[in-house]
Design a protein around this ligand. Structure first.
Ligand code: ZN
Length: 304
């Protein structure tokens, strides 16, 4: 652990990526006295405002989407600010790119580099640059962030400040493996897990704010169990977030924690009890929301 407090900067593609993949980890850092800044690359409206998509689907092409975009972007920003506040961080910056502007472009790279120069983070967190086979917006922003990291450490132009970020972590590197036939493990792997069991309730509450994507209620609880809970299962805790360190770590000696040493004498029953803890799934739903099976697909629909 560093002897001074540090500043973490997370570059998210869509607004909710700012907290639903590494938010528990940021909450820990803030509680330890570190600072966290999240930078939203895009407004997320074109691809992740599922309520607006639904309106478009039902109303047809004549629905004036452009008239709604500004308000929808504000809504997503507001959801994100509320969610981040629950987890303890308030510094949410919005670069304002559209999420249908999908390519790695110089303007996105420059904007992220400028944020790095301003924030001067010690740790940069972003998406795995080859996520989903490299052909998705998360990968685009992961790549832009790596290019921006290179620009920020250079001489720069005119009066640009130079800043070198010594540590980079890719968040949720394995989460999308197998989601399509292009997503193979390749360079993706998880080599750091953060045990977020103590803040999983806050994370569920944070995801409850994402009503524009229908994430609030039952889904936020399911998500805690199937995402953070699955990562937890792989790392012998109840809930965790996974990361891939970009650089190999350099240490004076080999790192091992007290919690790892505790495993030597931990009774199996205690270990399984720890791993079996359920928090997210048992949290009460927000008012006016219910668990339901009404959308279940009947088995007849699967006959070919
Ligand atoms: Zn996303």
């Amino acid at each position: 652990m560093a002897s001074r407090s540090i500043h973490l900067m997370l570059v998210a593609t869509h607004p909710s990526d700012s907290f639903d993949q590494a938010g528990g980890t940021l909450a820990h850092h803030v509680a330890l006295g570190d600072r966290a800044t999240v930078v939203l690359a895009t407004t997320g409206v074109r691809s992740h405002h599922n309520r607006l998509q639904e309106e478009r689907r039902t109303a047809g092409a004549d629905l004036d989407v452009e008239e709604r975009v500004k308000e929808a972007a504000q809504q997503k920003l507001e959801e994100t600010r509320n969610a981040c506040r629950i987890l303890g961080f308030e510094d949410v910056r919005d670069l304002g790119f559209e999420d249908d502007d999908i390519l790695v472009t110089q303007d996105k790279i420059e904007a992220i580099a400028e944020a790095i120069r301003e924030v001067k983070p010690d740790i940069l967190i972003t998406h795995q640059p080859y996520e989903g086979g490299g052909l998705k917006m998360h990968a685009t922003i992961g790549q832009c962030t790596l290019y921006a990291w290179q620009l920020a450490m250079g001489v720069g132009r005119d009066k640009q400040v130079r800043h070198y970020v010594p540590a980079i972590y890719f968040m949720n590197p394995m989460a999308y493996m197998g989601h399509n036939s292009l997503a193979y493990a390749g360079t993706s792997h998880a080599n750091v897990y953060v045990d977020i069991t103590d803040v999983i309730d806050k994370k569920v509450q944070a995801v409850d704010y994402v009503s524009s994507q229908y994430y609030s209620g039952a889904y936020s609880r399911k998500r805690a169990e199937t995402e953070d809970g699955a990562h937890g299962g792989r790392s012998r805790v109840a809930y965790s977030e996974q990361f891939q360190s970009f650089f190999p770590m350099v240490r004076y000696s080999l790192p091992i924690t007290d919690s790892e040493l505790d495993l030597i004498d931990e009774p199996h029953e205690a270990m399984m009890g720890r791993r079996g803890e359920i928090v997210g799934g048992l949290m009460p739903l927000p008012p006016n929301m219910v668990f339901t099976s009404e959308y279940r697909i009947p088995k007849e629909r699967y006959s070919e």
